[in-house]
Design a protein around this ligand. Structure first.
Ligand code: DOR
Length: 444
């Protein structure tokens, strides 16, 4: 007797669209077959007309715990994540205290246990003086080592060249970098301050956090990785120019991979006038040509992974002038819907979408038994209706910060059901009654 049967869905998986039935037993996928309709099951979903895919694995979120929980916390932001079809997230170390040692990492796993609706893993943060922590890191204790090679929210800049060399040489697991050249940005900020005073228009953000600043830092990271054969993952690429640093093609075998985030695939320079601080983020939203170049790089394979960089700040904090308003925007609830809009517009195939948002994060981080629709894998599943719509209203927003840069937009899809480890995390517009998120493990 299966716990759940999902009948008649179109599966999007491993490069194919296939009509099939899926059976779930306990936390795992028990069977995938053309017709399971006569198998006994406790519960049956008729998914005729719906698409079934693995849940999104978001390799870059900021859930603000501990220390910054007025902006968001693990319970609130993971609820928004499952409503958006994200079943696993990897969370960043720029919290308070910083996640820069084994003890701080374990504290986060304990906080998430029993409170996170989605599965979770945490990054160990690098600093200018925690090399020993990095060298001694247990490969099961973190998804990756995060290195801020450019300063952003939180005081985590690593700018000592010897330290960077040593991190790239000795990190025992994947190194994920934020790449922007801080001295260049500081000079641009100074020039903007001279020109505008405190009231710098938000449209200056991509000129201050410039293409050159991204290029200088990304090419530095790629150079270091080539020198030391580091497993490098460059986060949130924002310029078409940086794409030449990355190889096209499949992820398998690559030592250097790159990520794009949903807001950089959606917004462009033209949106600063309407949205101002709401789309101020680091690295900055840049030109239309950059956005379109990055979208194309998904299909070419120069960009391997799509993530969110979900980074909530309160509405009040965002009301500050240019230098005061913090960088970052909340995204997890609408990441997949935004990608399905790209699909409807002919910019992204469903197969590529699932590869970049589900399969490749599992491959890049060596996640065990997740990221695919496969018998024996965890039942982290999303049913999506590509014919229905999702209107982004204030009332429907689950983030603690209570706002979204997409407010007023109607997406051409609806996340109908999200299963996490076989449990209903989201169904028909409601959060599940139980918490199903687990600490993920790695094939390493
Ligand atoms: O815009 C951003 N916000 N970029 C980052 O790198 C950090 C993030 C945050 O934590 O707010």
């Amino acid at each position: 007797m299966y716990d759940l049967l999902i009948l008649n869905a179109t599966l999007v998986n491993e490069g194919h669209l296939t009509k099939a039935d899926v059976a779930v037993e306990g936390q795992r996928i028990a069977a995938i077959a053309p017709d399971l309709s006569s198998a006994p099951a406790k519960q049956v979903i008729d998914a005729t007309g719906l698409h079934l895919m693995p849940g999104m694995i978001d390799d870059q979120v900021h859930f603000r715990e501990p220390g910054l929980t007025h902006k968001g916390d693990i319970a609130t932001e993971s609820a928004a994540a499952v409503a958006g079809g994200i079943t696993t997230y990897m969370e960043m170390p720029n919290v308070d205290p910083l996640t820069i040692n084994a003890q701080a990492l374990e504290d986060k796993y304990q906080r998430a246990a029993g409170r996170s609706r989605a599965n979770f893993a945490f990054y160990l943060g690098a600093s200018n003086d925690n090399l020993e922590e990095i060298k001694n890191l247990d490969p099961q204790a973190a998804c990756g080592v995060k290195v801020f090679m450019g300063a952003s929210t939180g005081n985590m800049l690593v700018d000592n060249p010897e330290t960077l060399e040593a991190i790239f040489e000795h990190a025992p697991i994947l190194v994920a970098t934020h790449c922007e050249d801080t001295p260049m940005i500081a000079a641009n900020e100074e020039a903007a301050r001279e020109k505008y005073g405190e009231d710098v228009p938000f449209s200056e953000h991509p000129k201050i956090r410039s293409e050159e600043a991204c290029w200088k830092s990304s090419s530095y990271a790629v150079g270091l990785a080539k020198k030391h054969n580091t497993r490098l993952h460059v986060l949130h690429i924002t310029t078409a120019k940086e794409l030449e640093l990355f190889e096209p093609g499949a992820l398998k075998g690559k030592r250097i991979t790159a990520e794009a985030c949903v807001h950089h695939l959606w917004f462009s320079e033209e949106d600063y006038e309407r949205l101002g601080a709401q789309i101020k983020c680091n690295p900055a939203v840049k030109r239309k040509e950059d956005r379109d170049g990055i979208l194309q790089a998904l299909t070419e394979g120069r960009i391997d992974i799509i993530a969110t960089d979900h980074a909530p700040h309160t509405w009040e904090e965002k009301q500050g002038s240019y230098f005061k308003a913090p960088a970052g925007l909340p995204l997890v609830q609408h990441a997949l819907p935004s990608l399905f809009d790209h699909y409807h517009a002919g910019r992204l195939s469903l197969q590529t979408l699932v590869q970049k948002a589900c399969h490749n994060p599992a491959e890049a981080f060596e996640v065990k038994d997740r990221g695919y629709l496969r018998e024996g894998y965890f039942a982290d599943l999303v049913l999506v209706d590509l014919q229905a719509t999702t209107e982004v209203t204030k009332e429907s927003i689950l983030y603690k910060c209570g706002w979204s840069p997409f407010e007023g937009h109607t997406f051409n899809s609806r996340i109908v059901t999200t299963l996490v480890n076989g449990g209903f995390a989201w169904h028909d517009g409601e959060l599940g009654q139980n918490i199903h998120g687990q600490r993920i493990t790695f094939n390493r």
